[in-house]
Design a protein around this ligand. Structure first.
Ligand code: PNS
Length: 164
């Protein structure tokens, strides 16, 4: 039984994240998609909204026999991963520019907890430029998000600003 944590902010979840989860499902029996609770950050969506959206969009992807669930965590990722009895942390790498920061994190995590491996996965090239940060910027400036995020995410973003 191989269990991995796929940690991140997921603010919001993008098609790139879903692509990584589908690929991760080929390697692991269970993936816990876990949202970092970051008290200082001003997110677009609350933790509950992000959890809800993730749970909905996970229904739409091909998980094979892998069990995927959504959670959130605070504090050190490796402490959380140990508590969840995970074997690995999955992170997506889109470009060389991601690699430097991801390598630093992976090595720090390994120093803190040598029993947990970090697995880097490459999303489809189609998503190599997709990030939650750019998705929010494009949305706030009136651009189309079709193909970048699941349609329910775009709908929730529209609802959020119309209710503000
Ligand atoms: O989607 P993100 O924002 O790039 O994800 C970053 C995340 C959540 C993986 C990273 O910030 C993290 O693991 N934070 C938890 C605190 C921690 O363990 N810090 C030490 C990492 S070396």
């Amino acid at each position: 039984m191989r269990r991995a944590i796929y940690p991140g902010s997921f603010d919001p979840v993008t098609n790139g994240h879903l692509d990584i989860i589908e690929r991760g499902c080929k390697l692991f029996d269970e993936i816990i998609v876990s949202i970092l609770v970051h008290p200082e950050k001003q997110p677009f969506f609350t933790i509950e909204e992000r959890r809800g959206m993730l749970a909905e969009v996970l229904k739409q992807i091909d998980k094979g026999s892998c069990h995927v669930r959504v959670d959130s965590f605070q504090g050190l990722l490796v402490h959380y991963a140990l508590a969840q009895q995970a074997d690995a942390i999955v992170r997506g790498i889109r470009a060389i520019s991601d690699y430097e920061y991801e390598l630093q994190m992976a090595l720090m995590n390994r120093r803190l907890e040598p029993s947990i491996e970090t697995v880097f996965m490459m999303p489809a090239e189609t998503y190599s430029y997709v990030s939650s940060r750019l998705v929010k910027e494009v949305f706030q400036l009136g651009g189309r998000l079709q193909g970048l995020v699941p349609s329910i995410v775009e709908e929730r973003m529209k609802e959020k600003v119309s209710n503000a």
